[in-house]
Design a protein around this ligand. Structure first.
Ligand code: ES4
Ligand code: ZN
Length: 473
């Protein structure tokens, strides 16, 4: 993993622009086609991927609407949503605001409730299992009529406890925001948030319309706003969030090369830009890939990457105090770590969803080392002031954790003992940290060899410890 990838992985992030149907990976598409006896025009997963060669938005949409035909049952919508959430959970995404296109399903005879129930069940499970929070945004297909959008809003009315906002997607050119003014007004009157794709392919005038006529709370994409200085000034003044999707822009030929992406310019102009994946199964990358590939292509520095992660929370439809908590968590990941070590932070991170002592950090990598005698469960703790430290005890009471082995950088004070709930670490010599003792660890030095152990399924353990299941025995 590169330093850039480590930083991106370590940062807590929100994803604000994701079409669930666009996260349908070819493997799942194939499986659902088989499960439901639906014919698809491909005879292999490779053939599906080979078809994903687009010249513009419409090229993509033509294939996207065919792909979603395999989604039929509630279980299909659950599986689709769960696969996406599992993926971004691994990328240290803490909050998602996802789109769905009900008209793409109801027009095929799939009941609105089937779609909604499958999606919501997965969203609820991700929050229950991992604390991964979410908002669901119902998108109107703009190539269809406003009457059809109004009918869709009617279907949603009994379920507004589970739908947070409305959006506008599909073919932008020729379908300006003004076409949907009434339905957006009705949605606003219901207390729903409003967003719209604008300036993806359409002109700056469409962005103006989205703001003035649809009264949107965010602009999805917004790239072409840069052509209009007055508009840029307004977006900056109002701190309007732009949900930018770099790999999408590349694959739909909005830009020729990723090096031409305007994201760095957007930040320099004071715009609240965020990074998102749009339709990751079709565009070749989930959210971290979007950060990493774009940062590499346009030379974003660490501060810009951190700002993008912060913007993802600032632009989220979350209560102010939750936004603040996420921002503080980003600061905590970044703070206390020297500039050089900042790049190395992820390597030493433990994954835990609940937090200790009121802090809720949790970069998502766990690189504790295998304990002396293979522990199945490792208690994990953090020394948040000094970068990252993992410590703990296994079930048998033997030392199970390890911190910073092989890389002394976050422990910038020689002899510093990392404070942790139970274990006590000392930097004994350059590049080595050793577990000294823990409260129910026998007073013995425990030396480890370096065997990374992947862990998952973390939960609160006794006395502020976290317990994680080791994926390997
Ligand atoms: C979309 Cl990239 C994009 N643009 C507009 N509408 C969409 N629906 C799904 N992906
Ligand atoms: Zn989109």
């Amino acid at each position: 993993m590169t330093d850039l990838a480590r930083l991106v992985q370590a940062l807590p992030k929100a994803e604000l622009h994701l079409h669930l149907e666009g996260s349908l990976e070819p493997e799942l598409m194939f499986e659902l086609a088989r499960r439901n006896g639906i014919a698809i025009p491909y005879d292999s997963v490779e053939a599906i991927r080979a078809a994903y060669d687009f010249s513009n938005l419409q090229d993509f949409l033509d294939i996207y609407y065919v792909g979603m035909n395999v989604l039929v049952t509630e279980a299909d919508f659950f599986d689709l949503t769960w696969a996406y959430l599992s993926r971004v959970h691994d990328e240290n995404v803490r909050h998602v605001e996802v789109f769905f296109d009900p008209q793409g399903h109801t027009d095929r005879g799939i009941p609105f409730e089937t779609v909604l129930n499958g999606i919501s069940r997965a969203l609820d499970k991700a929050e229950a299992d991992w604390g991964l929070t979410s908002r669901l945004i119902l998108c109107f297909l703009r190539h269809l009529s406003e009457e059809a959008a109004i009918e869709t809003l009617e279907m949603a009315k009994p379920h507004l406890d589970r739908i947070h906002g409305v959006g506008l997607d599909s073919s932008e050119l020729g379908n300006p925001p003004s076409k949907f003014q009434r339905v957006f007004e009705a949605a606003g009157a219901l207390g729903l948030k409003r967003v719209a794709h604008a300036g993806e392919e359409g002109p700056p005038a469409y962005v103006h319309e989205a703001l003035d006529l649809l009264k949107v709370d965010r602009i999805d994409h917004g790239n072409r706003a840069l052509e209009d200085g007055t508009l840029v000034a307004r977006l900056g003044r109002e701190q309007m969030t732009l949900t930018v999707c770099p790999l999408s822009n590349l694959r739909l030929c909005g830009i020729k090369r990723l090096e031409d992406h305007p994201l760095k310019r957007m930040l320099a102009l004071g715009l609240r830009a965020t990074v998102n994946s749009d339709d990751p199964a079709y565009f070749g990358g989930y959210v971290n890939d979007n950060y990493i590939r774009t940062a590499a292509a346009i030379d974003l520095n660490a501060d810009e990457i951190i700002e993008l992660a912060k913007n993802s929370f600032r632009g989220a439809f979350l209560p102010a105090e939750e936004i603040e908590r996420h921002l503080a968590e980003i600061d905590a990941v970044v703070e206390g770590v020297s500039w050089r070590a900042r790049w190395a932070v992820a390597r030493r991170c433990a994954r835990y969803p609940f937090g200790i002592r009121g802090i809720r950090p949790a970069p998502n990598l766990y690189t504790a080392r295998k304990p002396v005698l293979g522990a199945e469960h490792a208690g994990i703790d953090f020394d948040f002031d000094h970068g990252i430290c993992v410590a703990g005890i296994d079930r048998s009471g033997r030392g199970a954790g390890q911190s910073g082995a092989g890389d002394p950088r976050p422990y910038s004070h020689p002899g510093h003992a990392a404070r942790s709930g139970g274990g006590r670490f000392e930097r004994r010599r350059a590049g080595r940290c050793q577990l000294r003792a823990g409260y129910d660890v026998r007073r013995e030095h425990v030396r480890r060899k370096s065997h990374p152990i992947p862990v998952s399924g973390c939960q609160s353990g006794p006395r502020g410890f976290l317990q994680c299941r080791s994926d390997r025995g």
